[in-house]
Write a protein that binds this ligand. Structure first.
Ligand code: GTP
Ligand code: SPV
Ligand code: MN
Length: 589
């Protein structure tokens, strides 16, 4: 049967590379039709209607949630699959001990067999997209080919997709090739393959965000981190936020926390009542591309155009802006629903669930009503705190970089690295408890350097060397910090209130950067002498615990860090071991 082409390529004569590739994928996958995405609102409406008719989406209560829809995924397809995610480089050493590796030809053969004929009776969607502002020299483009209209709807929100991106691809002369099919959603036939040397991605068998929206983790982190290394910049799992102090000065910081460890919430922070005059502006909530500028500072863009955020826990107290933002024009995935068809999730504080995330009558014996990794997809411009500089072509200048993890003990609330080199060690040493964002056990502490364990497209040893090299180019390098909002007491209660109150910690950092705040030296870095605690209900003992460095625990920690870094052998920069030795000497003394 001949393929029906619903729409010709909008620029057929100009985008020959794209057209030829689409053609070869058509021959392999045998779709019934091809749809070239234009990126218009009418197109998104059409796709939504189609998914509604097919029963793959439901409309949420239009009185309270206008323009909002609910998608329920297959129950076995709810998170990223790190154990099925591969970096396919010619040399296994280049992928490093931090990645699963497959030889590229073997991976291509495997994927070709999975893709062969997989789109029969389905439509192949061509999504040209741009990661970053369409007019920014720092942006990079890709094309995702997918048979999932749900993926298209998400990509239309999360990226600048359609005609403008295709024009930019023609202009750039290069693009990342991402091929995706939901397949049969069989976890035994599910693979997320990356070919950084070919700027290509093959994803089969999952419709979930990080596995299927190829512009996001696959392109903007795994492939982009590889490109960034060759081009002299950094692609990081970081939020970018602008903090305006009561004097009206705005500083931008970028923070790397592992998945489901607070990036979206920090990026959308609401200042506490006790800090009047502060304003917070979101630039990005998940990914930052950082470039050394001619002025010796580090400049950041957010390559995304939307948020794919964790729903549970969102309420007017934790994150008022997110709570307001997701009340309209939002695509929900795997939340519960009330009897009158409003979305519901754990931590919402109002309403009761009637149906769980699988659409079954809610029964608490079966676990939470909303999936712990249920997500919202919404356009960034819906955020009331969206920064007026979020789309600046040159990006925003970064004053401080922050690493953090989710740790019930060991890591203090905040400390400052001695300098960039020590900061790279601090980033390389991040550890965090696993969350529902990935398939596997939750709450297991693992090393997650720079929050990039699942996302670095090459050997971590080379990556840390690249971080050192970038720092050497900066005459005005950001200071580097480590935070932990997740310390707990013996009863398991959080010691720190978190969310908006985190601004107290950030303002100390900015004061440090301005040379205005005191710090106390410790073997692991510098801690605040004091924090602004006005109006905060945290006991003196809790604060002391939050700001202390426990010698025995830290000696154990540094020996674990040494063992972890040891895996990287010859690729590990010696500077990191020198910094570690310095920390160890301080702890021994
Ligand atoms: P990804 O989108 O997976 O990369 O996650 P993220 O880092 O953006 O995480 P997000 O901000 O969505 O937070 C995940 C979970 O952590 C949510 O359930 C939040 O309610 C919770 N959380 C966020 N910030 C804090 C905090 O400061 N303290 C505490 N205790 N919990 C927090
Ligand atoms: C994460 O897991 O870090 C996310 C969600 O931000 S996903 O897009 O699925 O990677
Ligand atoms: Mn993320």
């Amino acid at each position: 049967m001949a393929t029906a082409v619903h729409m010709m390529s909008p620029l057929p004569e100009l985008s020959r590379d794209v057209a030829e590739w689409v053609n070869s994928v058509r021959e392999l996958t045998q779709p019934r039709a091809i749809h070239w995405c234009e990126g218009t609102e009418a197109e998104a409406h059409g796709l939504t209607d189609q998914l509604l008719r097919a029963g793959e989406l439901t409309t949420l209560n239009p009185q309270y949630f206008p323009g909002c829809h609910l998608a329920r995924s297959a129950p076995n397809d709810v998170a990223r699959v790190e154990h099925l995610t591969y970096i396919c480089t010619r040399s296994q050493q280049d992928a490093g001990p931090n990645n699963h590796w497959m030889e590229p030809q073997a991976a291509h053969t495997k994927m070709r067999e999975l893709f062969r004929g997989c789109m029969r009776e389905r439509t192949l969607y061509v999504i040209p997209y741009c990661m970053g502002p369409i007019d920014s020299p720092l942006s990079r483009c890709g094309v995702e080919l997918t048979d999932s209209p749900y993926v298209v709807l998400n990509m239309l929100i999360m990226t600048r997709a359609g005609r403008a991106a295709l024009e930019r691809i023609v202009h750039d002369g290069t693009f990342v090739r991402g091929l995706h099919s939901t397949g049969e959603l069989d976890p035994e036939r599910r693979f997320i393959m990356h070919f950084p040397e070919e700027l290509a991605i093959d994803s089969f068998g999952s419709g979930y965000g990080g596995n299927a929206l190829l512009g996001k983790k696959c392109h903007a982190l795994r492939i982009a981190s590889w490109q960034a290394r060759t081009e002299g910049w950094l692609a990081e799992h970081m939020l970018i936020v602008g903090l305006q102090n009561p004097k009206g000065e705005t500083h931008y910081i970028a923070c790397a926390f592992p998945s489901a460890c607070g990036k979206t919430n920090l990026a959308m922070l609401i200042p506490p009542d006790s800090m009047p005059g502060w304003r917070v502006f979101t630039v990005g909530d998940d990914i930052a591309w950082l470039h050394p500028g001619k002025d010796g500072r580090l400049w950041a863009i957010n390559p995304e155009a939307g948020y794919f955020g964790v729903v549970p826990g969102t309420n007017p107290q934790t994150n008022r802006n997110a709570y307001e933002m997701i009340r309209r024009d939002t695509l929900f995935t795997n939340v519960a629903a009330t009897a009158d068809n409003q979305p519901w999730w754990e931590g919402l504080q109002t309403g009761t669930p009637a149906l769980d995330w699988q659409g079954r009558p809610y029964d608490p014996a079966r676990g939470p009503a909303a999936h712990p990794n249920s997500r919202f997809t919404v356009a960034a411009k819906r955020n009331p705190g969206y920064s007026p500089h979020a789309e600046d072509a040159r990006g925003v200048p970064i004053t401080a970089l922050v690493f953090g993890g989710r740790r019930r003990e060991v890591a203090p609330l905040v400390y400052e690295a001695r300098d960039w080199r020590h900061g790279v060690l601090v980033g390389a040493s991040v550890a965090s408890e696993t969350t529902a964002a990935m398939v596997g056990q939750v709450g297991i502490t693992r090393r997650d350097p720079m929050a990039m364990k699942p996302f670095c497209g090459y050997n971590f040893g080379d990556y840390w060397q690249h971080w050192l090299n970038v720092g050497a180019k900066l005459t005005h390098a950001p200071r580097i910090y480590h935070v932990n909002w997740f310390r707990r007491d013996a009863q398991g209660k959080f010691l720190w209130p978190g969310f908006g109150e985190n601004l107290r910690v950030l303002s100390w950092m900015l004061d440090r950067c301005a040379g205005k705040a005191d710090a106390v030296d410790s073997p692991i870095g510098r801690l605040p002498r004091s924090l602004d605690m006005a109006g905060l209900n945290v006991s003196a003992e809790a604060l002391a615990a939050l700001l202390s460095v426990d010698g025995p625990l830290w000696r154990k920690e540094t020996s674990e860090i040494r063992a972890y870094l040891g895996q990287f052998g010859e690729r590990l920069p010696q500077e990191l071991l020198q910094e570690l030795s310095r920390t160890e000497a301080g702890l021994a003394g």
